[in-house]
Design a protein around this ligand. Structure first.
Ligand code: NAP
Length: 313
């Protein structure tokens, strides 16, 4: 397979990069100064694209690669891939479901605890030597808080399971009610937000779910409510979120993702009721290695004419 051209869109994992380099003819897109010129000269040898949550395959890239057969994403989310264009052109698409579910769900619970129990502020308190000046202020209990989940898919269900162990009543919103669960279903996000204390975003990012968290939803969650976003940044109208937090109209937020990564709104840096993470939901050595193996397995299966491991298209 050494002669098969694979275009990697951005740096994502050194093990994956090394293995792609060993097994295929690897092109690193981020190292290419003149991309137009590069595509002109190499487009006929590129048969696969490897992307992730930052850079995938948009219509323009797909159109410029006439020999493209497969897009293998180092992510479960598919929002950076033009799926319709891939379908239209018969290009296969794979992602990395399941292997990252536990890590992302663990981190969502971590964010809930960090926001309510002020873990980051506590840590700063000790490091700054403030403990000697008096006890840390009282915080808010997590056990028993009602948790509302937007998108009860693989990750949403894993978060629900974990929150149940903390005696949290679970409710959810998605496009349809699930037959295989007893969690309370709300057919509108506003109703879900009005009836929970912690609202978690974990649905896929699509044109319908962009800004699913808007001013109305934030107001429904209210000054004691907490928003956790472990999905994608554009799920949240960030300007509205920032003003609600600054004005005290929302109780707190735990955010792993942002609208313009790697930028995060500086207005939030001084707020102690907010915990900010640099998009690390699946960021453990074990999980990223399993994701890399899935990307490699899918590419090899495709080029050996075997069934794909995790096909989307
Ligand atoms: P999944 O199993 O496909 O679940 C996605 C859920 O989104 C489904 O339950 C679906 O429910 C719901 N959904 C889709 N469109 C919707 C809409 N218009 N309104 C409401 N709900 C909608 O995917 P997953 O493996 O759980 O992953 C979920 C997302 O998490 C990914 O797409 C990705 O963006 C994000 N993620 C983030 C990180 C991170 O590092 N922070 C890591 C991994 C994944 P219905 O079909 O019933 O509507």
């Amino acid at each position: 397979m050494e002669s098969i051209g694979v275009l990697m869109m951005c740096p994502m994992n050194s093990y994956l990069e090394q293995e792609l380099d060993k097994r295929f003819k690897l092109f690193r897109y981020w190292n290419i100064p003149q991309t137009q010129q590069f595509l002109k000269e190499n487009s006929n040898s590129i048969r696969a694209v490897v992307g992730n949550s930052m850079a995938g395959a948009d219509a323009q890239l797909i159109e410029s690669l006439p020999k493209l057969e497969i897009v293998s994403s180092f992510s479960v989310g598919l929002d950076k891939i033009d799926l319709n264009k891939c379908k239209e052109k018969g290009i296969r698409v794979t992602n990395t479901p399941d292997v990252l579910t536990e890590d992302v769900a663990d981190l969502a619970i971590g964010l809930m605890l960090a926001v309510l129990r002020r873990l980051c502020e506590c840590d700063r308190y000790v490091r700054k030597g403030l403990w000697k000046t008096g006890d840390f202020k009282l915080t808010t209990k997590f056990t028993g808080k009602s948790v509302g989940i937007i998108g009860l898919g693989r990750i949403g269900t894993a978060i629900a399971k974990r929150a149940e162990a903390f005696d949290c009543p679970i409710s959810y919103y998605s496009r349809s009610e699930k037959a295989d669960t007893n969690y309370k279903y709300y057919p509108s996000v506003i109703d879900l937000a009005s009836n929970c204390q912690i609202l978690v975003v974990t649905c896929s990012l699509t044109p319908e779910t962009r800004h699913i968290i808007n001013r109305e939803v934030i107001d429904a969650l209210g000054p004691k409510g907490v928003l956790i976003n472990i999905g994608r940044g554009p799920h949240v109208d960030e300007a509205e979120l920032v003003s609600a937090l600054v004005e005290g109209r929302l109780g707190g937020a735990g955010l792993d993702v942002f609208e313009n990564e790697p930028e995060a709104p500086e207005e939030l840096f001084g707020l102690d009721n907010v915990v900010l993470l640099p998009h690390v939901g699946s960021g453990t050595i074990e999980t990223r290695t399993a994701m890399a193996d899935l990307v490699l397995g899918n590419l090899e299966a495709h080029f050996l004419n075997k069934p794909l491991l995790t096909p989307v298209v």
